[in-house]
Design a protein around this ligand. Structure first.
Ligand code: NAD
Ligand code: USQ
Length: 387
């Protein structure tokens, strides 16, 4: 297949592009390097040393003889988005290219507006471009489990059958997102569903949980292919961040009670899920939703696991409960369905002490690159700033 990987310079997109290339697909990476610029804005950087995209692609060619094409530009910019789709005419378009940090979207007005414009307009541009020039293209869109929030009933995969006043219908599952970023994903989902219903496009919305771990077989095969590792208070996510904190002898920062339960997935399963979605496209007009996570963990359980493995490496982490900077339930019911990707053949890598140990060792090897002042949570959900 001809597969366009939008956001292919990022944490999920880079390993996915390599994995799809190994499977024999013709891959085009599209990215505008905004993620690297947000690091500069925030005074942080990937814990692992990452190469520029050109160097990554050149090394991949040297190692495998496989060509990955690139197009550098902003998908929220109308001409670029159209031309890149019209020029490549993909069979599948994997869309990772969004601002993905909840705290970043909550910094102030301008970051909230930027996040929603970047994400919602980028996706709309792609929908119109696909609709006009490549209507058979399968849009594989990265959504988030956070679209659903934490309802007091089981979470289904995209839809729920409801009985109301004696009548029954299957409707989109209710959305209760917890940040302007998560809201942008809800808006995307509605726009994509509408485009499928109205123009007959076909799309898969992958409601992914928090991704942990760093390397896949491909990215680990050479230092120039190394994947990024975010750990700071804005882009770092729970498990990877806790490992960086423990490796640096800093506090493992559990927000509030730590009973917040989420779906988690290993980056090695992310790339496989994309392949499974691409190999099994929906019908024209179908808006399909898969919940892309493999297991549920509470934040406190993860922190305790990291603490335990860290102690076995002679580290002395200090698990602390900080006042929660976010507005979210800290104890709640959580039971989300995740069978559809398993039914297609996903064999999950479940989280174990070995993975945590590898993450801790990676963080320890790169300790000199840690900016410890970026560990503390910096964004307060409760205080709107008209910035
Ligand atoms: P990332 O920030 O590492 O990668 C996103 C990439 O998209 C970056 O390289 C960035 O430069 C690029 N990009 C952003 N806006 C762009 C634009 N307008 N035009 C062109 N390129 C643009 O993020 P990630 O962690 O790889 O996440 C990828 C996707 O998966 C996101 O949509 C995110 O919401 C979703 N997701 C991520 C996680 C996670 O834990 N990392 C979990 C669930 C869902
Ligand atoms: N948390 C802590 N301590 C920390 C950091 C986070 O207790 O130091 C808690 C948060 O309060 C939250 C949970 O851990 O309850 C998850 O937070 P996170 O920062 O790991 O992840 P989140 O903000 O939810 O966002 C990440 C990705 C996002 C993706 C989402 C999937 O950045 O792109 O959409 O995971 S999900 O969580 O399913 O919505």
């Amino acid at each position: 297949m001809r597969i366009l990987v939008a956001g292919g310079d990022g944490f999920c997109g880079w390993p996915t592009a390599l994995y799809l290339s190994v499977q024999g697909h013709e891959v085009l990476i599209v990215d505008n390097f905004s993620r690297r610029r947000w690091d500069e804005e925030l005074g942080t950087e990937s814990l692992t040393r990452i190469s520029g995209l050109d160097a990554r692609i050149a090394r991949w060619r040297e190692l495998t003889g496989r060509e990955i094409k690139t197009a550098v530009g902003d998908l929220a910019e109308e001409r670029f988005a159209y031309e890149v789709v019209a020029g490549f005419r993909p069979d599948a378009l994997v869309h990772f290219a969004e601002q993905r940090s909840a705290p970043y979207s909550m910094i102030d007005r301008s970051h909230a507006v930027f996040t929603q414009v970047n994400n919602v307009v980028g996706t709309l541009n792609l929908l119109f471009a696909i609709g006009e020039v490549s209507p058979d293209c399968h849009l594989i869109k990265l959504g988030t489990m956070g679209e659903y929030g934490t309802p007091n009933i089981d979470i289904e995969e995209g839809y729920i059958t409801i009985e109301h006043k004696g009548r029954t219908d299957t409707l989109p599952y209710p959305k209760q997102p917890g940040s302007f970023y998560h809201l942008s994903k809800v808006h995307d989902s509605h726009n994509i569903m509408f485009a499928c219903r109205t123009w007959g496009l076909k799309a898969t919305d992958l409601n992914q949980g928090v991704v942990y771990n760093v390397e896949t077989g491909e990215t680990a095969s050479d230092p120039v292919l190394t994947n990024r590792y975010d750990y700071d208070g804005i882009f770092g996510t729970a498990l990877n961040r806790f490992c960086a904190q423990a490796a640096n002898g800093d506090q493992i920062t559990v927000y509030g009670q730590g009973g917040q339960t989420r779906g988690f997935i290993d980056i090695r399963d992310t790339v496989r899920c994309i392949e499974l979605a691409a190999n099994n496209p929906p019908e024209p007009g179908e808006f399909r939703v898969f919940n892309q996570f493999t297991e549920q963990w509470s934040v406190l359980q993860l922190a305790r696991l990291v603490e335990k493995v860290a102690r076995s490496l002679d580290l002395e982490p200090d698990l602390v409960h900080l006042a929660n900077p976010r507005v979210e339930k800290e104890t709640h019911y959580y039971n989300a369905a995740n069978t559809r990707l398993m039914d297609l053949g996903l064999k999950p890598h479940l989280l174990d002490e070995e993975t945590v140990e590898r993450l801790l060792l990676t963080a320890m090897e790169n300790r000199d690159r840690i900016h410890p002042e970026t560990f503390a949570p910096q964004v307060d959900w409760r205080r709107p700033h008209y910035g």
